[in-house]
Write a protein that binds this ligand. Structure first.
Ligand SMILES: [Zn+2]
Length: 135
């Protein structure tokens, strides 16, 4: 953990509860308490009704791979040992889509529509990243 050398999230006032939940191994996203729309990435106002009222709703962590790509360029040295590696976009059961990484899955086994489940990787003492594994 101490030698983690990949990019880390920039925590903002809006996103801090998201990262705090991840650190507790809870998967939560903003949900508008006026219209029910989920908003991700976290924002100050609802994209649907402009309300600033929200709750941090617990998600199932289940979804399907909506898209993926395989990175062949080393943009960050921290990924050099994993080249080439996939980046996935998961469509969550509740609707939002999230870009992430897949674990416990061979690159050649990745498929659009594959069911996945969130897992949490404690990458530094302060940061936990939600990732996904095949369900
Ligand atoms: Zn709303």
């Amino acid at each position: 953990m101490a030698d983690y050398n990949k990019p880390l999230p920039i925590v903002t006032q809006d996103s801090e509860p998201y990262w705090n939940a991840a650190k507790a191994h809870e998967f939560r996203m903003q949900r508008c308490t006026d219209c029910g729309a989920f908003r991700f990435p976290p924002t100050h106002a609802c994209w649907q009704c402009l309300s600033t009222n929200l709750e941090w709703a617990a998600l199932s962590g289940r979804g399907t791979i909506w898209s993926f790509t395989v990175m062949h360029q080393i943009y960050y040295k921290g990924f050099a040992d994993e080249m080439p590696y996939p980046v996935i976009v998961v469509e969550l059961e509740e609707g939002p889509r999230i870009a992430s990484n897949i674990v416990d899955c061979k690159r050649e086994d990745l498929r659009i529509g594959m069911p996945v489940q969130v897992v949490f990787e404690d990458v530094t003492p302060a940061v936990t990243l939600p990732k996904f594994r095949p369900a």
